[in-house]
Design a protein around this ligand. Structure first.
Ligand code: SF4
Length: 698
């Protein structure tokens, strides 16, 4: 009852990319209850994370004062107790902490040049905060070595989409599935990772829509699937090319659409000839007749959509996987009409918006190349002329870590990102962070990355700040503060502005709406989307007028590429980077669980979620457990070429007998100690979804 609360504030769930709108009910200065409200992506629905995962913002581990590393602190490492910081850090005033933060970075800039400092921003922050962060690195240090978690998420999807469609965002909202009669979900587990989107997918099947699920791991959507293709891990390209081979061989493609809107079709058609279902079945493990049925079903659809997730993107051939999905949609003319389209499901609340805002090393805002002189002129026009700003693409997350390890990057500013948990081969990343001469971490908790910091700046949770975020649907929504940050913690964008000023930049923003106004000057995608409109409505970009709620489906009349044509880029079969062998005979794949989100810094401090899923666990097939002599609930040791962890084993028939699934939220058994840092050559995304592993009873 409203009378039970002191205030109610509308905002957006801080977790996955669905972007559910919420009402936050506050009593005695604390958020006590969260309710789903009528946003376009959720229509009042919430999953368990949105509904119950909010009290982390009041957790006693919240950082409430700036911290500075003690001069007599032990060597930097994973040896910090987040409940007792005093061995490593001492409290400081904001003035002292900001002087130390800015002074350390400025000293490195002076002594070694701007290239000695790099930045990781965050998809947990707002669009305005992401924009300011990339601007600070570019303007303050004169290079593009700035990135965020998209590199570990959908970078390969974005690289394929930009290459072949001309835009990195989805071509249709997930809600468009209501107008589809066929849909593919591949390498995504929406019941656990995008649960509210999954409710729309389930409704689609109830109405008679044919859902085709493709996943090496069994999953909840299997129950709703017309076909479930549980293919061999890493064999995406062979399966997708075989499906397209059938479409070519049986003449099921849409020649009219291909002629009108695409290029390079003849090369693609020729390339696909070798990928017959019979030739590909031994590689992907899918029966040729199932491949034919899926090809005929998809090509015969009136309107069809393709959804994908990290299972597609987190491979050394992640860009090739997405190229195949794009080709499949193009050859069947399934882009640009209601109920058709390409939709990479975004993982983090604002990974779409942070990427749009230029928090990536190759692009300034709106995916415009840092190498393009005309783009640079545009940016100079708004930021002021700065001839020294490098026109070279910057380094990505994993490349930055390698350069830190090599000693070439000596300082970092990390905001709301936890690479000491999320990077592949994370012991290597931790060793690198220990070498940094000056690390400034801005976060709400003492994350594992903050263990290595020299200065820690206490920041704000999403429910404590004002601004905008953009979800997987390209929908721009306002977030609003329901409660103030605790203690002396500050809102992130204000900290970044303070740091920029101390680094000598002429920034004078006094309100977050001024940042949004500047973004509009450099981002055509925000045309017709005003701060005033966002006070009362969600607007999807592109919006064609100040009364247009935005375009749910785009590219009906051509693509933002030369001559308006999308492109077919053929993909060949590339095996995973490391094959299982006698020493490491099984395959490990990693991901999220329903209750825990990413590195667990927030959800493991949310009391309900932690109570439901308190312990690090991995999933193995019951037969594998029997062969190991291990009962469900007992511990196993997982070892790869990178390292070893001990973790509780669960029985799960969804994983095949030669696989183990490990969530990456648990520091005490960190999955990324084991993962392979090999990267996709285009998107530079690591191969989280395939590592050769040995599993042993303890
Ligand atoms: Fe939050 Fe995603 Fe769940 Fe919606 S589906 S409540 S955005 S975690």
């Amino acid at each position: 009852d409203s009378a039970d609360f002191d205030s109610e504030t509308e905002s957006v769930c801080p977790f996955c990319g669905v972007g559910c709108k919420v009402s936050l009910k506050v009593k005695d200065g604390k958020v006590k209850y969260v309710e789903g409200i009528n946003g376009p992506a959720n229509e009042g629905r919430l999953c368990v994370k949105g509904r119950f995962g909010f009290d982390y913002i009041h957790h006693p581990h919240r950082l409430t004062k700036p911290l500075i590393r003690r001069e007599d602190a032990p060597p930097k490492g994973m040896n910090v107790d987040p409940g007792n910081l005093t061995t490593h850090f001492r409290e400081a005033s904001w003035e002292e902490a900001m002087q130390a933060a800015a002074g350390g970075l400025a000293r490195l800039r002076q002594a070694h040049g701007g290239q000695s400092v790099a930045g990781f921003g965050s998809a947990k922050c707002t669009n305005e905060e992401a924009y300011l962060f990339q601007k600070l690195i570019r303007q303050g240090f004169k290079h593009n070595n700035v990135d965020h978690c998209t590199r570990l998420c959908h970078a390969s999807s974005v690289s394929a989409l930009i290459e072949n469609v001309g835009s990195g965002a989805v071509t249709a909202t997930f809600n468009e599935i209501e107008n589809a009669d066929v849909a593919i979900i591949i390498g995504a587990n929406p019941i656990e990772n995008h649960p509210v989107a999954a409710t729309y997918f389930k409704q689609f099947t109830k109405r008679g829509g044919k859902l085709i699920v493709m996943d090496p791991r069994g999953q909840g959507m299997k129950r709703f699937a017309y076909q479930m293709l549980q293919f061999r891990p890493g064999a995406d390209v062979s399966m997708l090319n075989a499906i397209m081979n059938v479409i070519v061989e049986e003449g099921l493609y849409d020649q009219q659409y291909i002629d009108a809107y695409t290029e390079n079709w003849e090369a693609e058609k020729e390339h696909l000839k070798a990928f017959t279902p019979e030739a590909m079945a031994p590689i992907c493990g899918i029966d040729p007749e199932v491949i034919r049925d899926v090809a005929r079903t998809f090509a015969g659809a009136k309107a069809a959509m393709i959804f994908w997730g990290m299972g597609v993107s987190q491979h050394i051939h992640g860009t090739d996987n997405s190229r195949c999905l794009i080709s499949l949609a193009l050859m069947t003319g399934q882009v640009g009409r209601p109920g058709s389209g390409l939709h990479p499901l975004r993982g983090q609340n604002n990974v779409q918006g942070a990427s749009d805002a230029g928090l990536i090393p190759m692009f300034v805002p709106d995916y415009r190349s840092v190498e393009d002189p005309a783009v640079r002129e545009d940016i100079f026009g708004v930021w002021g002329r700065d001839e020294d700003w490098s026109a070279k693409k910057g380094l990505t997350v994993t490349e930055i870590v390698d350069q830190v390890y090599a000693g070439n990057i000596k300082g970092m500013y990390i905001q709301g990102e936890n690479p000491a948990m999320s990077d592949p081969d994370v012991d290597h990343a931790r060793d690198a962070f220990a070498k940094l001469e000056h690390l400034v971490v801005q976060d709400i908790f003492l994350t594992e990355t903050a263990y290595f910091a020299d200065v820690i700046l206490p920041a704000s949770a999403l429910y404590e700040k004002d601004g905008t975020v953009s979800n997987t649907n390209r929908q721009v929504q306002r977030v609003r503060p329901a409660v103030p940050p605790p203690g002396e913690a500050r809102v992130d964008w204000r900290i970044t502005v303070d740091l920029a000023q101390r680094l000598g930049l002429p920034w004078d923003y006094t309100d977050v709406s001024e940042v949004f106004a500047e973004m509009k000057q450099v981002m055509a995608s925000l045309d017709n989307i005003t701060w005033e409109r966002l006070e009362t409505e969600t607007v999807t970009y592109p919006s064609l007028s100040e009364t247009d709620p935005g375009q749910a489906v785009v590219f009906g009349d051509g693509f933002p590429r030369p001559e308006g044509r999308a492109k077919f880029t053929p993909a060949s079969v590339i095996p995973p980077d490391e094959a299982p062998d006698a020493a490491y005979p099984m395959i490990m794949t990693t991901g999220r669980q329903l209750e825990h989100w990413h590195t667990g810094s927030m959800t493991r401090r949310a009391s309900v979620l932690d109570a439901v899923e308190p312990e690090a666990n991995c999933s193995l097939h019951p037969k594998t457990l029997r062969a190991l002599g291990v009962s469900p609930g007992e511990m196993v040791r997982l070892t790869t070429r990178r390292g070893s962890i001990e973790i509780m084993a669960r029985a799960d028939r969804a994983v095949s007998e030669d696989m183990v699934f490990v969530p990456f939220a648990y520091v005490e058994a960190a999955a990324n100690v084991l993962t392979n840092p090999a990267i996709d050559p285009y998107g530079k995304i690591p191969e989280f979804k395939f590592s050769a592993v040995r599993v042993e009873a303890i």
